[in-house]
Design a protein around this ligand. Structure first.
Ligand code: ADP
Ligand code: MG
Length: 229
């Protein structure tokens, strides 16, 4: 796994009503370290979601490049990137059981049935979802649904995991619990994790990387060391 290098990335939108231009990302330069957790913080509207969508290949940038190591992946289709994006307004498939929701990416990839069972059961046990596997999403709490959405994103063990406000609907104890599961998984799989969050004060630890954005610009990066915690 290699660092993600973002060079001169810009993205513009047209505001539909007024037809005025919006600079969502303004010449971002950033290196996201491999196999670590990077936190992206900044006020609402500063471009965090836009950045994640461009990294995931779901939105083309207007200017700039993204490299994985030495490889330019700017125009690589999303399905060829070993990346998973957990969106802010994640949607589970309401008519499917929790098992089938988590298994969905593996079924799409035509994974053998026995392997699907094994992998879904493994990841369900990490997230304490075992007893919920036969249920439908609507009977789960918001926190449980969030865990299912994350389990579904992780089921193919992507190299890079992008999470947009994964703790937004959780209280602090539940956020900390979910983060401890995510950290354990990250330590085992050595994935590169990028997490957008408003509430990072209690969540970061030594070894994490912090990116602060404002108004489409990257204003500061900090490697969190022992002295900062
Ligand atoms: P954040 O995730 O930090 O809240 P976003 O990336 O969602 O920020 O948005 C950055 C800016 O781009 C905001 O001003 C937002 O209103 C605007 N924006 C986002 N998506 C669109 C879109 N599809 N069309 C027009 N403007 C958009
Ligand atoms: Mg957002």
């Amino acid at each position: 796994m290699s660092d993600i290098r973002i060079q001169g990335l810009s993205k513009y939108y047209i505001e539909p009503k007024s037809q005025t231009g919006i600079v969502a990302l303004d010449n971002i330069h950033l290196q996201i370290p491999a196999k670590q957790i990077t936190w992206i913080q900044g006020p609402s509207g500063c471009g965090k979601t836009t950045l994640l969508k461009i990294l995931a290949g779901l939105l083309p940038p207007d200017e700039g490049q993204i490299y994985l190591g030495q490889v330019d992946i700017t125009n690589q289709p999303a399905n060829l990137r070993s990346m998973a994006l957990v969106t802010q307004n994640y949607t589970l498939y309401p008519h499917m059981t929790i098992f089938d929701n988590i298994a969905y990416p593996l079924k799409q990839a035509k994974t053998p049935v026995e392997e699907i069972k094994q992998r879904v059961n493994d990841i369900a046990s990490w997230f304490n979802l075992e007893i919920l596997l036969s249920r439908k999403p609507k009977v789960l709490s918001g926190g449980q649904q969030q865990k299912v959405a994350i389990a579904r994103a992780l089921i193919k063990f992507p190299d890079i995991i992008l999470m947009d406000e994964p703790f937004a609907n959780l209280d602090t104890p539940n956020a900390l619990h979910l983060l401890s599961i995510i950290r354990t998984l990250q330590a085992q799989t050595h994935a590169t994790l990028v997490i957008v969050s408003h509430h990072i004060d209690h969540l970061t630890v030594s070894g994490d990387f912090l990116v602060e954005m404002d108004n489409g610009e990257m204003i500061r990066t900090t490697s969190i060391g022992d002295t900062d915690v």
